[in-house]
Design a protein around this ligand. Structure first.
Ligand code: SAH
Length: 252
């Protein structure tokens, strides 16, 4: 049997946000290496598999990454169907490059199944489209965490979505204003997008630091610019759950 690893995007929240293809491939797994932000309910799709948690603290540094790479290679070489289950989409801030390289070095075949990335789930939860005809033509996905540790923020697109920025909202607001975004630029902050207990808040850029307490300790994306604007005459949310909190800190 040819060694094979399937990367699957689990989506950013509840298990039902995985794609149909993702669920079907997951059902084939002998071994699943999963990340911290994936829903435990996904186990129901592959009860036969051995589930290995590689999302714990300590797996985030480069030594941890080497361990994950080694586990992928070892299990694939043993002939197992190995699923690498990643939160959101594997191609977005998911260390996919390193893992593909590691498998490529060992001649192991791979498949990548896309998933719903957190920015898309946040746009859906808040009913704020990431692109707008005529005025929102570009979207940049940026990480607030760089290898050097410093936050870099610019004005590269009509809508900028920041991942991993939850702990640095004050700095992000400063850097964005330094880069030319006006103080009253709309900003939408969504934590645990796609989960029943998701929360969203809307701000002006200058007030963004207020969001820190509300979303503390939760995975958060920050959408800045056109994609954070409410839709005119937006319909009421017809979401099936009632846990969503919409908090407004925008000055009227
Ligand atoms: N591959 C993932 C991103 C992984 S990086 C994706 O495509 O979504 C981890 C960061 O993603 C978190 O720090 C947070 O900024 C963001 N994130 C992941 N899940 C989230 C969620 N449910 N709600 C809001 N942000 C989320």
């Amino acid at each position: 049997m040819t060694a094979k690893v399937i990367f699957i995007g689990a989506g950013p929240g509840s298990a039902d946000l995985i794609t149909l293809r993702g669920a079907q491939r997951l059902a084939l797994a002998d071994v699943v290496l999963f990340d911290a932000l994936t829903d435990p309910a996904l186990r129901a799709f592959a009860p036969q598999a051995r589930w290995i948690d590689v999302g714990k603290r300590g797996f985030c540094d480069s030594a941890g990454q080497a361990t994950i790479d080694a586990l992928l290679v070892r299990h694939a070489r043993e002939g197992s169907v190995v699923v690498r289950l990643k939160g959101g989409d594997p191609s977005v801030f998911g260390r996919l490059e390193e893992e593909l390289e590691a498998l490529g070095r060992h001649g192991i075949a791979c498949e990548v199944v896309p998933g719903v990335t957190a920015a898309a789930a946040a746009a859906a939860d808040t009913q704020r489209p990431l692109t707008r005809r005529g005025s929102g033509r570009s979207v940049a996905l940026s990480t607030a965490m760089t290898r050097e540790g410093d936050l870099v923020a610019g004005q590269r697109a009509d809508t900028e979505v920041f991942y991993m920025a939850g702990k640095q909202l004050a700095k992000l607001a400063r850097r964005l204003q330094d880069a030319g975004w006006p103080a009253d630029t709309p900003v939408s902050v969504v934590s645990r997008a796609g989960w029943p207990d998701r929360m969203s808040s809307e701000h002006r850029l200058a007030d963004l630091p207020c969001a820190a307490v509300l979303h503390a300790g939760r995975p958060t994306v920050v959408t800045v610019g056109m994609g954070a604007m409410p839709v005119a005459h937006a319909p009421q949310s017809a979401s099936l759950d009632h846990h969503q909190a919409l908090v407004q800190t925008r000055a009227s």
